[in-house]
Design a protein around this ligand. Structure first.
Ligand SMILES: [Mn+2]
Length: 404
């Protein structure tokens, strides 16, 4: 085996029309063009793309045109592209298939799952696993692929396994990810496990080699804003030592994220804080995200927070999002102390009234509190209360209706 290098990309998400903005789809295209510029400078032996090259299995013609233009630049430089499909560009059904198939037929890339037995050259061996929708699907789909078309890593070559998905082991997967693959699904004998799906650069020792996720090239969700964007350049010197993996940064749209926690604050106070935060997000060309979180004081509704007013404070960004994650307070009831039955009944009524009126103000709430109390009494009485309870409930519904 002679020394060589390759690049490992994943999660390019070409055609991602985030927030329905054409500017954002152009950002994803621009990021890919920048990556291709950098790949042309690095002159690797090949590029491997570990899924989600496209945001959709049926990209628009505009997205396809961009992709084909960039694939041709690599092809003309003699850099082949090896790819697998990901959760976004896998076949939605057998009839539609994946966009990687026609691109494979056109000679613009090599869709690895279509290369029987894997792909072998003088220095390396590559095998690609098809993407699955779930762990359960992977249990049959991946195992079937491995059985029908088994990989055969070569002892004298550098072996790369390309896959897309999060593994079912916390060592290799951030906590928020739903696992798509089992550790056992990835066969042994490879020096480099080229992963996609986790939009954050990550690498670790794994089985007979190294597992690596290069992360995405752009921000597909605001919680990825802080993740470094780019791809890996992998230098293979020999089979004895692990390869040198370098993260090559790619620039992406500026995202500004601010969070305001409402917990334990008066609403006016928290809203003033949110307005200040919004003012700090008023930055030219950015995607600005204001997250409102925590719990609201009792009696205050989520819908009472004027999101439009907060948005209108901000004019300069490309786009402003207010994410309302506020949680309405549960009605808190004072602890009930046992007293005489009559007093107890009065107390119970007050509690029920408070609880119901939080949801149904006015007579509707009163009616429900009275009905609840009646039902409680009936239930205490035991036998054959069903009809009577039904009668009480019917009374509530009818009174509501006559009131309009
Ligand atoms: Mn992805």
């Amino acid at each position: 085996m002679k020394p060589f290098s390759f690049v490992h990309l994943a999660d390019v998400h070409l055609g991602c029309l985030q927030y329905n903005l054409t500017e954002r789809a152009e950002d994803f295209a621009r990021a890919f063009t920048e990556a291709v510029d950098k790949i042309l400078e690095l002159k690797p032996a090949f590029a491997v793309v570990a899924g989600d090259l496209f945001h959709s299995p049926r990209p628009s013609n505009r997205t396809l045109a961009t992709a084909i233009r960039e694939f041709r630049r690599l092809r003309e430089a003699g850099i082949p592209i090896y790819a697998v499909d990901g959760s976004h560009d896998m076949e939605p059904n057998v009839m539609v298939g994946t966009i990687l198939n026609p691109l494979h037929n056109a000679g613009l890339l090599i869709y690895l799952p279509r290369v029987r037995g894997g792909l072998e050259t003088e220095n390396y061996y590559l095998y690609g696993i098809r993407s699955s929708r779930s762990l359960l699907e992977a249990d049959s789909k991946v195992l079937r692929q491995l059985k029908e078309d088994p990989p055969s890593p070569k002892p004298q070559k550098f072996n790369i396994l390309c896959f897309h998905g999060a593994l079912d082991h916390p060592k290799y997967t951030p906590p928020a990810f739903k696992p798509d693959l089992r550790v056992e699904h990835l066969p042994e004998g490879f020096q480099y496990y080229a992963g996609g799906h986790i939009h954050q650069p990550f690498k670790a020792k794994f089985k007979t080699g190294l597992i690596a996720y290069p992360g995405s090239l752009e921000t597909t969700a605001y919680d990825e804003a802080e993740n470094p964007k780019g791809f890996y350049h992998v230098r293979v010197e020999s089979l004895e030592e692990p390869p040198e993996v370098e993260h090559i940064p790619v620039s992406s749209r500026r995202f500004l994220v601010a969070e305001v926690d409402f917990t334990g604050k008066r609403v006016e106070e928290a809203l003033a804080e949110a307005e200040e935060a919004a003012a700090r997000l008023d930055v030219e060309e950015a995607v600005s995200v204001l997250v409102l979180k925590g719990s609201l004081p009792e009696g205050f509704k989520r819908s009472q927070v004027d999101v439009h007013k907060l948005r209108s404070r901000v004019r300069k960004p490309l786009y402003m999002v207010v994410v309302n994650q506020l949680v309405e307070a549960e009605v808190r009831l004072e602890p009930l102390r046992l007293k005489e039955t009559r007093e107890l009944k009065a107390l119970a009524y007050q509690h029920l009234l408070k609880a119901f009126q939080a949801r149904y103000p006015g007579s509707k709430g009163e009616r429900r509190a009275r009905a609840a109390l009646q039902i409680l009494e009936l239930l205490r009485g035991g036998e054959e209360v069903e009809e009577k309870v039904e009668e009480v409930l019917r009374g509530v519904v009818e009174a509501d209706r006559s009131e309009g």
